[in-house]
Structures are given as C-alpha cells and as structure tokens.
Design a protein around this ligand. Structure first.
Ligand code: G16
Length: 548
C-alpha cells in the first residue's frame, strides 16, 4: 500500500462555523472537497505522529464514505492508531468521552447536528482537540487559512476497512480499532448518576406508582445509546425509546429537539394520559429537550435547575466549581450562581468557548439556550446526560417536573424567555437587519421601549479569561435597566441563506405572575424588537419559522 500525494486546488468557503464545517452533501461529494478539509486539519494541529485519532459520526448519509476517506488519510499522514465507532457511529458526547478516556490526540466528528440528512441535505465535519472539546477559534482559523492554500493531500490507495466488525485491524502500518460506540459512554454515565434510584423511579416504586417516561431519539444517533441505558441498564419498559432506530436520513425528519420539530413527543406529553417525563435528543446526541406532563422546560431554565440541584446527584455531590452560559441564554442560572456564591461566565454562542473554563476548573456545568447542557465529564454538550441528570433529580425529590420548576421560580424568580428564528432569509437582508440596530446604538440608550428604559446597546465581545483571546461581533444587544434583553444574532450553523435569531428575555420576580405563556409575557418586547430592527419588513417575512 502506497501513500499517494494527490494534487488539488483550494475550495472557497471552508471556514468552520459555530460548530465545524457544515454544507450540503452534494458540496462534500465534489472530488477533493472532504480531502482538502481533512488535510488542512492535519496540517494545522501540530505533531501527532505516533498518536491516536478518534473518528465517528451521527450515521447520516455520507458518514460511511467519509469515514473510509479519513481512515486512509489518517494512515497516510502518520497517525499510529484510529479508534472508530462500529458502523462509523459515535454520538458527539461519546466521541468526546472516547478522546478523553484513551488520551487521543484529537478526533474528527462527522455531523451536521440537527440539520436534516440525506442526499440533498446536510453533512458536516469538525475537529476536536485532546481535551475532547471542539477546537478553539485559533485552531479553526488556522485550518481555514490552510484550506485557502492547499496544494495536495496524502491518502493510501487500498480497500475499505470493515468498520462493522468490532476488533483491531491494520491499515498501512496504522492500527484501526473498531470499538463499541456505547460502552465507554454508558460506563461514564454510571459513574455520575444514581442508577439504582433512577431504576426504582422507572419501575414505579419512587415518584408515583405509575411513573412513566418517553424518550424520542428522532431516528438519529442517540437511539442505540438510549436503548442500552434507559431500557437496558435502567430497566424502562421496551418502547420507552421512540424512533430509536438510527437512519441515514433520520427518517426524513428534522432531529432538532424543540417544540416544533419534536412534535410527536410534544403531542404525547400534551395529550391524554401523558407520561410524567419526556425528553428528546438531536441528530448527533448533544442536544436535549425536557418536558413534564403538559409542561415545557426551557433550556435556560433547565440549566438553572440542574445547577440548583446538582448536589443531589452523586457525580456533583461535592459541589460545583462554577457555571457558564452562552450570552443569548437567559440569566436564570446567574441567579442560582449568585445565591450559591458561584462564579458565572457569559461566553459567545458555541460550545468551544466553554472548554478553557472547564479545563481551568472554573466551571462544572454549562448550557446554552439552543437545547444544550453539559458538564466537565466531557467537553461537549450531552443530551442523554441531561436526561439522566433530570431523572436523578426526579428520583430524589419525588416531585413532578412542573412542581420543581414552580418551586424554582418561587425561589429565584422567572426569566421569561423565547427565541424567534427566521430561517433561510436572504443574507444581505439579514445583515441589514443587524446593521439597522447597530445604527441606533447612539440614540437608543435612555429611551423607552416595551415599557422599559434602554440602558445600553452593544456588539457582544468576549475576552477568554484563561488565554486572553478576544472574540468580537458575537451578537447585537439591547440591554434594559430592569435586566430585560433583546438580542439579534446570525446563526453560524445553517447551510442555505441566513438565519436570524431574535432572543427575548424579561425577568419577573413576582410569583403571582409566573403562570403566563412566554409569548404573552414577552409580547411587548417582541413588537419592539420588530419595530427597532424592521426585521419583518427587511426580510419580507411576517412571522418566525420556529419559536422556542
Ligand atoms: C451548535 C453549537 C452550539 C450553538 C448552536 C447554535 O450546536 O455547538 O454551541 O449554540 O450550534 O448555533 P447557531 O446559533 O450559530 O446556529 P449543534 O448542536 O448544532 O452542534
């Protein structure tokens, strides 16, 4: 088997976004496109000779082809070993777990997260560093720079490796270890949570005689993990995991665990005889949605509840070091941190910004409004982990999800919160919306909007307290004197046109006012956000695509 240096030319637009390079499958299928990006990664990450690489993905269309290409390129570029999930499968948090557990140099994760999959839909790839987390901006920018200059890539000419069979194989002097994608992750979960208590809850011996739950894997990667852990190790009845069979096109669905796309689960939890607890995860298993019986827990509130109840859970019983949230995430967790005397960090959107804080032991729990929650057990957000955390809290507190939230708001007040997404809008129009708000930075402070006084406006910038790196232009903010916020941001994960995200937050201390629907509670903020930005007029849209 010979190493071939294939000559190539740069492709435009290979800059990683919020979470790696995400494009249409047809873009990735162009000759040399994937190879250019992979070689640019290998050229940018330092000296990995003699080290191991972890490779796996969410099983979407093109996963298998990409895995074979990466194996052959890893061998040609001098990795001593690749650990690959059986069938090319590793959920994003499981990949992070495996990188850390086996001391790999890094990993390549193949996923476009919750974006639909199939020949005409999306694919993605990202590089994670040795701590198991997404590469920081310095590395992703170096990769992008390399993609603009690349002239050749290295690959071995050989037959495909059988990744369906667990075991060790050799590829041109490199070892390929095909591993069980679930077992390392399941072991880690058992080290964090009280499986006996959760088992008792799920068998109806704890919260009530007939406690029941439903988990929607949305035909994506979490299916095998949830079946092994929830139905296997925790003994929930067969069928608790819905849509547990992973499919290359996610069954034609959109595996984004929110009220719009996880409608099958939502209908169940809001129907007659609803289960006590419902949860869903996304394409690659890092997002989660938590529901109670006729009750939705916002991701921002979920993070706050986990932080406030962390010491009830074995893995966190000694206390947590601090918490972090992305800037657009509501400040609910800030209030918990203040009352517990913990540091609370506000980072830009993107899990990669939490890595340094966790490595420096400044934070234990982090979360984002985009249905992501996680801890320092890995360096990715983790959908199933969040579900197990909630189940552990329910098993200990023996209260319903709704009762836990009402009690939480009673103690800390309620941060009414919503995100309105305008998906697939014209890119120039989207840029105009944000610029329109920026142009008013000088005049808005001191004026009244939505019955509140504007305190300040800015483009959010972040200085990493650990390495001093600065990230600018991370969202346009209108901040009010009472703590309310209106934020505009462009998504960094879409693959066609632009997506404007409008985030709205308003704090209510009075528990008599905690029972409102969030859209009603935020109605005046929503109207003001549209007035100020002219969002709907400039984009030609009369309503958001998705409201969460
Ligand atoms: C990714 C990132 C998250 C981010 C989310 C939304 O999640 O890892 O940190 O919050 O995208 O980003 P944006 O608002 O730029 O679209 P995932 O689950 O898609 O990998």
């Amino acid at each position: 088997m010979q190493i071939e240096a294939v000559s190539t030319q740069p492709f435009e637009g290979q800059r990683p976004g919020t979470s790696g390079l995400r494009k249409k499958v047809t873009v990735f299928q162009q000759p040399h496109y994937l190879e250019n990006f992979v070689q640019s990664v290998f050229d940018s990450i330092g000296d990995f000779a003699g080290h191991a690489l972890v490779v796996g993905g969410d099983g979407r269309y093109f996963n298998r082809e990409a895995i074979q290409t990466i194996l052959k390129m890893a061998a040609a570029n001098g990795f001593s070993k690749v650990l690959v999930g059986q069938g090319g499968i590793l959920s994003t948090p499981a990949a992070s777990c495996v990188i850390r557990k086996y001391g790999a140099y890094g990993g390549l994760i193949l996923s476009a997260s919750h974006n639909p999959a199939g020949p005409d839909d999306d694919f993605g790839i990202k590089y994670n560093i040795g701590n198991g987390g997404p590469a920081p901006e310095g590395v992703t920018e170096a990769i992008f720079t390399r993609t603009q200059k690349i002239e050749f890539y290295n690959i071995i000419e050989c037959d495909d490796v059988d990744v369906d069979q667990i075991g060790n194989f050799e590829l041109a002097g490199m070892q390929v270890a095909v591993i069980d994608p679930v077992s390392d992750y399941a072991e880690l979960m058992q080290s964090l949570f009280d499986f006996d208590a959760i088992r008792a809850l799920l068998s109806g011996n704890s919260l009530s005689d007939d406690f029941s739950m439903a988990f929607d894997a949305m035909h994506a990667v979490t299916g095998p993990y949830a079946k092994a852990i929830i139905e296997g190790l925790l003994g929930a009845p067969d069928g608790t995991v819905m849509n547990g069979e992973p499919k290359e096109d996610f069954g034609g669905g959109h595996p984004d665990p929110n009220l719009t796309y996880a409608h099958e689960l939502v209908d169940l939890l809001y129907g007659d005889n609803a289960p006590d607890f419902g949860a869903a995860s996304d394409g690659d298993g890092d997002r989660n949605m938590i529901l109670g019986n006729h009750f939705f827990v916002t991701p921002s509130d979920s993070l706050a509840v986990l932080a406030a109840n962390a010491t009830l859970v074995p893995g966190y019983s000694a206390g947590i070091a601090g918490v972090a949230r992305s800037m657009p995430t509501s400040a609910a967790v800030d209030r918990v941190a203040t009352s517990m005397g913990l540091d609370c960090y506000e980072t830009p959107t993107g899990w990669k910004f939490f890595g340094n804080l966790m490595d420096a032991d400044r934070v234990t729990l982090c979360g984002e409004e985009s249905f992501g929650t996680g801890s320092n057990h890995v360096r990715e957000k983790d959908g199933l982990w969040a579900v197990l955390f909630w189940l552990n809290i329910l098993a200990v507190r023996k209260e319903s999800v709704e009762a836990i939230l009402l009690d939480h708001w009673q103690k800390f007040g309620r941060n009414y919160y919503s995100r309105h997404d305008y998906e697939g809008v014209d890119s120039a129009a989207a840029a105009n919306v944000l610029q329109n708000v920026r142009d008013q930075f000088g005049t808005l402070p001191g004026t009244e909007l939505a019955g509140r006084t504007v305190a300040s406006c800015d483009d959010f910038a972040y200085t990493d307290p650990v390495d001093g790196s600065v990230s600018e232009n991370q969202g346009v903010r209108i901040l009010f004197e009472d703590g309310s916020r209106i934020i505009f941001r462009l998504s960094g994960t879409g693959t066609s046109g632009a997506t404007i995200r409008l985030y709205l937050e308003s704090y209510e201390a009075d528990s008599r006012q905690h029972g409102m629907d969030a859209q009603d509670a935020l109605a005046d903020m929503i109207a003001s956000a549209n007035d100020v930005s002219q969002l709907q007029a400039l984009t030609g849209r009369d309503k958001p695509t998705v409201i969460t």
